[in-house]
Ligand binder design. Sequence first.
Ligand code: AP5
Ligand code: ZN
Length: 214
Amino acid sequence: MKIIMLGAPGAGKGTQAKKIAEKYQIPHVSTGDIFRSNIKEGTQLGRKAKEYMDQGALVPDELTIGMLMDRIQQEDCKNGYVLDGFPRTIPQAESLQKAITEMGQKIDFAINVDVPDENIISRMSGRRACISCGATYHIVYNPSKVAGICDVCGSELVLRDDDKPETVKKRLAVYHDQTRPLIDYYKEAGVLVNVDGTQELNKVFSDITDILGA
Ligand code: AP5
Ligand code: ZN
């Protein structure tokens, strides 16, 4: 099964993508996570990406598209994947379409996790991310068992650099301008499904599994 997650920053794409990956045994491919791990490792790609990410801007397509194409051609993606944070621009969607058509594949679902802007800022300011494994929590809606400590690996939880309110506002503006048009793109392709992302996170997930099937 090949799935794309659509939605504003903080809509819950990553949270749901992880649950989908676990239930359907497919890799969770997050371009944001790949960039963050490159930043942590100090690679050249990471250094370039950080300049854009810290400002709430998109990393240029030239850097992003090739990276994602390499990832989905790896062996573990043969039977499917859930893409989280890609595509984010029409050129990215077109490149993906071309590549998967050449591979004789197709996208099964583009899941739009719908959350209005008003809810986003409070979600982002309460989000905490693990400095080691990248697991994410929310101080109110999805707390770790011990405050400030990752359930998965025991490392420290921090506010992401780009989750400061000013940067979140910029990311939302970029989303409306460049990424939202993908909703119509996938509607026309006949694979778009909408879920109400304002619900409690397990309810959002059960709506998604109703669509994807057992
Ligand atoms: P990326 O990491 O993809 O960030 P994003 O799209 O802005 O999404 P987020 O990770 O912020 O949010 P999410 O929707 O995954 O929400 P989450 O599940 O964490 O990208 C970061 C940057 O990298 C971009 O700004 C860009 O610079 C660059 N980049 C990445 N991909 C790119 C691309 N393709 N092209 C160009 N540049 C790219 O949930 C948010 C919070 O809410 C959490 O605390 C969570 O616990 C909580 N929560 C989740 N669901 C619920 C719920 N139902 N109810 C209450 N709280 C909830
Ligand atoms: Zn961790």
